[in-house]
Design a protein around this ligand. Structure first.
Ligand SMILES: Cc1ncc(COP(=O)(O)O)c(C=O)c1O
Ligand SMILES: N[C@@H](CCOP(=O)(O)O)C(=O)O
Length: 431
């Protein structure tokens, strides 16, 4: 598969080139040149397939011929070595739990898949690659875990100081080895802007091979489409009209769902569930797209003021606002509403949600008000204990800590504070 840049000024790239570069030389995001729908029989018989078989069929066209089929099967098997359970919440609402991986957020799948692709491409260890990542909370931990000890790869994670949860910070600052955390005096968008600027800075790129492990990178982004297929497999016999509510920040996950739909997955509608960082919700209501500085919320991983994947969504629907509106609704919720949803889920359904999942639940409820026939699946994108203080204080109960969280609790944080792009540049050139 070849990929083109959405800025349309760079040459096309193979999967391997797109993964190693991360972002095109004209600063555009890469997008696949074609999307060939899977045969109808694939969806009709999906419940007879395992998760790894589904994932293999779904991603094959996007990686060939750069990764041989046998290697791809192995990468997928290792990537998906945990569960993706569906929990029934009410007659019209279920949740797909995406937090059973090593760092307990949905980023684990993309991070593990990308780390293995890069490991394969770098197997002869010709050149060291530096993976630059901006995180609002979960990508950093998943990438640190996924790339720990990968030969020939250095990982540099930028995160906004004081704006990620305590557990998230531990996950991205305590591993050592080939992982370094830079603590930025700013918000997530500052981190993301610095990363993008570094890709354009020839003072850096003349000396260092940089790539990104944010959803900018196609190998981090595309595997997220598996989730929607797994949920469909579990629910399609019982429900004919399945819609997804996706707690959204950088819009990589929902955009991956739209790729699954392009592959033929019969999804009727997507709901972009936002916290008060509501750029896309506002766009859907007004047709005017206005990125703005992010505000801090209790669903901090979605505190994004300029979602980088929105351009990919525009590409999927050919910049046609009305086509997009047919497929996508957007809702935005305050922290007070999010807390009320967490309480409702706990007291009414005995389900402890994290703040991001709770925003997804609210999106389902808002959509179902006018769409009584649908079955809505909200993605539970992180384990509640990643946001321990907020969750325990809101539902007023103690939540047992899973092993993955206990393992990082007592580790010592190591970070380097930076305040500007120049600080990042100096760090990259000196280290
Ligand atoms: C827990 C959680 N939920 C939701 C999101 C938003 O996902 P996306 O950036 O793909 O829209 C993130 C971060 O990406 C996250 O960490
Ligand atoms: N919410 C994310 C922000 C970065 O998103 P990505 O999917 O583009 O890596 C985070 O948790 O860091």
């Amino acid at each position: 598969m070849n990929y083109y840049s959405l800025n349309r000024k760079a040459n096309k790239a193979s999967f391997k080139e797109a993964v190693i570069k991360g972002i095109a030389p004209d600063k555009g995001l890469y997008f696949p040149e074609s999307i060939t729908p899977l045969p109808e029989s694939f969806f009709e018989t999906i419940d007879t397939l395992s998760h790894t078989e589904i994932a293999f069929e779904a991603i094959k066209q996007f990686v060939e011929p750069d990764i041989p089929e046998m290697v791809l099967k192995e990468i997928i098997k290792e990537t998906l070595s945990f569960d993706f359970p569906i929990v029934n919440i009410s007659e019209h609402i279920s949740t797909l739990e995406l937090f059973h991986g090593p760092t307990m957020a949905f980023k684990d799948v993309g991070a593990r898949f990308m780390a293995r692709c890069l490991g394969y491409f770098n197997k002869d260890n010709m050149n060291e690659v530096t993976v630059l990542v901006a995180t609002s909370g979960d990508t950093g931990g998943a990438v640190a875990n996924g790339f720990l000890g990968v030969k020939g790869v250095k990982v540099v994670i930028l995160y906004p100081s004081g704006k990620v949860s305590g557990i998230q910070e531990k996950q991205l600052t305590t591993l050592g080895q080939n992982i370094t955390a830079l603590e930025v005096d700013g918000v997530f968008d500052d981190c993301q802007d610095m990363v993008k600027q570094a890709f354009l800075d020839t003072d850096i790129t003349d000396h260092i091979q940089l790539t990104s492990a944010n959803s900018i990178n196609v190998a981090r982004w595309l595997p997220q489409l598996f989730y929607f297929m797994f949920a469909y497999k579990a629910l399609h016999i019982e429900y004919q009209d399945i819609v997804f509510s996706v707690p959204s920040g950088n819009f990589g996950n929902i955009c991956a769902g739209m790729m699954a739909q392009q592959l033929g997955l019969p999804i009727n509608h997507f709901i972009a569930s936002n916290n008060e960082n509501n750029i896309v919700t506002n766009y859907l209501n007004s047709q005017s797209y206005n990125p703005k500085p992010s505000v801090q919320t209790i669903s901090n991983a979605m505190d994004v003021g300029n979602p980088s994947n929105f351009v990919r969504i525009q590409e999927i629907y050919k910049n046609n606002f009305h086509e997009l509106k047919k497929n996508l609704s957007g809702f935005s919720f305050t922290d007070a509403q999010t807390r009320a949803a967490m309480k409702e889920l706990y007291t009414k359904y005995n389900y402890i949600a994290d703040p991001h999942g709770a925003v997804g639940y609210l999106g389902c409820k808002a959509f179902l008000e006018n769409n009584h026939q649908s079955h809505c699946v909200f993605l539970e994108t992180a384990h509640p204990t990643k946001f321990l203080d907020v969750v325990e204080e809101t539902v007023d109960t103690q939540v047992p800590l899973p092993k993955q969280i206990q393992d990082v609790m007592d580790k010592d944080k190591h970070s380097i504070k930076i305040a500007s792009y120049e600080d990042l540049k100096n760090y990259l050139l000196m280290s």
